[in-house]
Design a protein around this ligand. Structure first.
Ligand SMILES: [Zn+2]
Length: 472
């Protein structure tokens, strides 16, 4: 091949390559445009408990699935009785292997309240500005909800025939403790429809540093259980002009004071051990050394003391109990007949609420103060097993997309819908591939935002990841 011919040949190849890229680009741009429209529709459908409507959001998403060709028998809008605006959607892309259990893509579509007058921009408009999407739910968690819907549409369009069925559940009521929880409702009333070997949902993101560099992709594998306890002292009371030492308020505040000085023992499981092992390399220095020391020996008090300075790490290491409300007395001029404190405990996975109650009674150490459980929200959860079947695909896709960024498992001190799924026998993991700023991006607060690029990367990540799981 002479150089002129070679030039022509290379030029033709380049042209062909350019054409293919353009064709692919056009297809992916159209796909991206549609994804953006789904995301916009979700954000712009107000789903707050006060003024919003999750059922409407679910109906809109089911209309999109219908357009993509999902038959009516593979979709269901569910509306819990007496809660017309707190409904949701379940849908399935049928798998080819009847013996393979499904994978469930779970997302809540409700959002935390947002007042227009408090926000810089309309919270219920998807606004793009300076590389960010702004709007209530842009981060928590309508991006992932939109990605799940988009996945369902893309897989169907491609004619993808997964081995396992791929299920979708969009639910309501995650953000408000007193609201009816859609995931809990499904676990109770539609257990078969959402049956899956495991579920993926929110919980943790990828971490960016202050300069926007990716530092780690977190995977949530365990959550603590929230449980309230009531400490209560009662007393015959009397006139406050004739005080006696035996006083309900004094009994109670002494008990609360003893509690304030108590720390539950450090505990390790796969999730927090993985977190501290992985994070040690990322944070380095004194903190990194302390992380490795605690993993090696949870009794290492000096190392524990270093980690305890960080509220997140402190909470990840153990059960915590904290006084959150006090009510006492009935008149300014009377000795109190009753004094009550609410203690909110976040219980380490695998520890029972009765064990914590017994420990609280020991700490209180006063027969005049009773310890009771006012309400039980759900069954006790076990941490989801961190098998290679779960972790490997995450590491594979992450490594392709973000080489060198470590995948780190974590234990969440708060709680998500996994608290209903795990006890129902569906191990649930939090992963989204969406990298967020270190300040949290205004989740639950003002001017919630997420990087545009991060959302699009998360879309690619979750599309690939679910595909791999579906073929296992
Ligand atoms: Zn959320």
């Amino acid at each position: 091949m002479n150089s002129a011919a070679r030039f022509v040949w290379v030029g033709a190849m380049a042209l062909m390559a350019a054409c293919t890229v353009t064709a692919q680009q056009a297809a992916s741009d159209a796909g991206l445009e549609r994804f953006r429209a789904i995301y916009k529709e979700l954000v712009e459908t107000n789903t707050t408990l006060s003024a919003g409507d999750c059922t409407e959001a679910a109906l809109r998403m089911s209309a999109r699935l219908k357009t993509a060709g999902y038959p009516a028998e593979d979709m269901k809008i569910f509306v819990p009785e007496g809660h017309p605006k707190e409904g949701g959607l379940i849908a399935v892309l049928q798998g080819t292997d009847p013996n393979a259990k499904a994978i469930l893509m779970l997302a809540h579509v409700d959002v935390v309240e947002a007042k227009r007058e408090d926000w810089t921009r309309d919270p219920f408009k998807l606004i793009e500005e300076n590389g960010y999407f702004y709007g209530r739910g842009t981060s928590d968690m309508k991006a992932q909800a939109a990605i799940w819907v988009d996945n369902m549409i893309r897989y169907r369009e491609e004619g993808f025939k997964p081995k396992r069925s791929i299920k979708l559940a969009l639910t309501c009521g995650e953000e408000t403790n007193s609201a009816l929880n859609g995931a809990g409702w499904l676990a109770k009333n539609e257990r078969q429809a959402i049956d899956a070997e495991f579920a993926l949902t929110e919980g943790v993101d990828g971490d960016l540093d202050a300069k926007g560099n990716k530092i780690a992709l977190e995977v949530l594998a365990a959550e603590k259980m929230s449980q309230n306890y009531t400490l209560e002292a009662t007393n015959p009371g009397g006139h406050s002009s004739r005080p006696v030492p035996d006083n309900a308020i004094y009994h109670l505040v002494r008990a609360v004071d003893r509690l304030s000085r108590y720390e539950f023992p450090v505990q390790l499981n796969d999730a927090n051990r993985g977190y501290f092992t992985g994070m040690a390399k990322v944070v380095g220095g004194e903190n990194g050394a302390a992380m490795l020391a605690v993993v090696k020996n949870p009794q290492d008090q000096a190392a524990v003391a270093v980690l305890d300075k960080n509220v997140n790490w402190h909470a990840m290491l153990r059960t915590t109990c904290v006084a959150t409300m006090l009510t006492a007395g009935h008149a300014t001029n009377a000795l109190p007949q009753r004094a009550k404190a609410n203690i909110n405990c976040r219980i380490f996975p695998g520890v029972s609420r009765e064990e914590v109650k017994a420990q609280l009674m020991k700490i209180v150490n006063d027969a005049a103060v009773s310890v009771t459980i006012p309400e039980v929200r759900g069954p006790e959860a076990k941490p989801s097993p961190l098998t290679p079947q779960i972790l490997k695909p995450i590491e594979e896709v992450a490594n392709e997309m973000w080489p060198g960024v470590p995948v780190i498992t974590t234990l969440e001190p708060g709680a998500s819908d996994a608290q209903f799924m795990n006890p129902a026998g569906i191990p649930t993991y939090g992963v989204d591939g969406i990298f967020t700023d270190p300040d949290g991006g205004g989740i639950h607060g003002l001017n919630e935002r997420v990087r545009i690029e991060s959302v699009y990367e998360g879309r690619t990540f979750l599309y690939r990841l679910v595909k791999i799981y579906a073929q296992q």
